[in-house]
Design a protein around this ligand. Sequence first.
Ligand code: MD3
Ligand code: FE
Length: 205
Amino acid sequence: PSVELAPGLVLARGFFDGSAQRLLADEIAALASVSPWYRPRMPRSGKPFSVEMTNCGTLGWVSDIGGYRYQPLHPVTGEPWRPIPALALRAWGVFSAYPLPPQACLVNFYGAEARMGLHQDADEGDFSAPVVSISLGDEALFRYGGQNRSDPTRSVRLRSGDVIVLGGPSRRAFHGVDRIFPGTSELLQGGGRINLTLRRVTGRG
Ligand code: MD3
Ligand code: FE
């Protein structure tokens, strides 16, 4: 069952069942053994994120003191990113309504204390493509607002197996993760939360 929380913001509760979540979590563990988790830093300040990141796909989103960008190589190992897991591509196929496959899949890991401040995703060249997000592991309090930072916000708790789609006017909405709820899922060894976001980076020409 999917519900539209705001224009273009669709939540598909429990899209991935327990066995699909298990397969995806195992695929992420395998890809992180090749493309290790690293802690990005904020542009200019160099302050480390509380979220750890890796990517899969032909391009990955990275952040360091020089800025935000998409690049084909892991910033620490210098190796190419691994392919996007087939199950994640399935969510894109079901929800994106977009004729081309995703180029990038940013993989975020939240430990018990991690959070992500309110921001817009603005580093992509094609805003006609949605962002498709998959949640795994512990529950999280997700906050979303409007196109301006000062717009009112609403919150929704995201659970393991949920998919959210950010398309249309919601593609430019401010959003963030206020907190995670430790101990609410048994999926990940050692706890925590993983979020995958599937993205188009370049336009259709
Ligand atoms: C709303 N990740 O990686 S996913 C991100 O749970 C990010 O890790 C959060 O925000 C997380 O950039 C939220 C949901 C999400 C992703 C992209 C969006 C919401 C969005 C783009 C536009 C509007
Ligand atoms: Fe974001």
